[in-house]
Design a protein around this ligand. Structure first.
Ligand SMILES: [Zn+2]
Ligand SMILES: [Zn+2]
Length: 277
């Protein structure tokens, strides 16, 4: 079985370039932005972009491509117009993913000054997206660090979403830095196992389908989202050893988003070196 290990690579000069860059870095999967992450205008993909990405998949052997939606998207925004724009931007993201045969569109869960109202708005946005989105792509909800008024930094928050929307197209992207900052300790076998026991009870392990592997600059429970290079942060190498060799996760794409892309190859080599088989 081929492991799916990679990085968020640049699409400068064309989406396909992220795969060639990934190949150069030793990736077997990549994460990309399918459009400029700072741009709100919904854009469609061209037939040429689809063909070039397919050609790059054949030439690099990198079949597994994951998308990350624009960071600005807040599906729970208290401002109705901002929320509407976010909704349209993420719907367009899902449509681009379907056209590009990208199975997962990772999205941040948004923020709202009033948690309860925010969760209601988020669930309403997700309900509408599930009704409108095309086939062939999943909404990958990223576990958040809990910074500021961010929603969905506890497993209980996702459990509420699934209670309202028990849909197989809603899946989880676990970010190791965010989990740790939110208070989930992945560093020792005992605490690690307790985290997944809780995840399985509240959410269900089958819903976890994408990993972001990042170390954390900030300590356990800090609720501050600052990524660090693998093994150089408060999380440390032991957590990555546990995740990489966990039989429950060996089929999932695992992608780094560490701070300096010039050190991606080094971070990836560390991950490959920690795998037992
Ligand atoms: Zn993210
Ligand atoms: Zn992430």
């Amino acid at each position: 079985m081929q492991r799916l290990i990679g990085a968020h690579t640049s699409t400068a000069g064309g989406l396909q370039n992220a795969l060639y860059e990934g190949k150069r870095l030793g990736c077997t999967a990549v994460q990309i932005f399918t459009a400029s992450p700072r741009q709100w205008q919904p854009t469609a993909v061209s037939a040429e972009q689809v063909a070039r990405l397919q050609q790059a998949r054949r030439e690099t052997g990198i079949e597994c491509v994951v998308s990350h939606a624009a960071y600005l998207i807040n599906l729970a925004s208290p401002d109705a117009e901002t929320r509407r724009k976010a909704y349209q931007a993420y719907l367009a993201e899902l449509q681009r993913c379907a056209a590009l045969s990208i199975p997962y569109a990772v999205v941040h869960m948004g923020s709202h000054p009033d948690f309860e109202t925010g969760m209601e708005l988020l669930i309403a946005s997700l309900r509408n997206l599930l009704a409108e989105m095309p086939d062939g792509v999943c909404i990958a909800m990223e576990t958040m660090a809990g910074q500021g008024n961010a929603l969905c930094y506890r497993f209980e928050h996702f459990a509420r979403i699934y209670d309202a929307l028990p849909d197989a197209r809603l899946v989880i992207c676990a970010d190791s830095c965010h989990l740790f900052a939110a208070g989930y300790d992945l560093r020792t076998p005992e605490t690690y196992e307790a985290v997944w026991e809780s995840f399985d009870r509240l959410i269900g392990l089958s819903r976890l389908q994408v990993w972001h592997l990042n170390d954390s600059k900030k300590p356990l429970g800090s609720r501050v989202d600052r990524h660090e290079h693998i093994g150089e942060g408060a999380l440390g190498l032991s957590a990555f050893q546990l995740i990489l060799n966990d039989p429950r996760f060996v089929r999932l794409p695992m992608l780094i988003e560490t701070p300096d892309e010039n050190r991606f190859a080094e971070d990836l080599a560390k991950l490959w070196g920690m795998m037992h088989s």
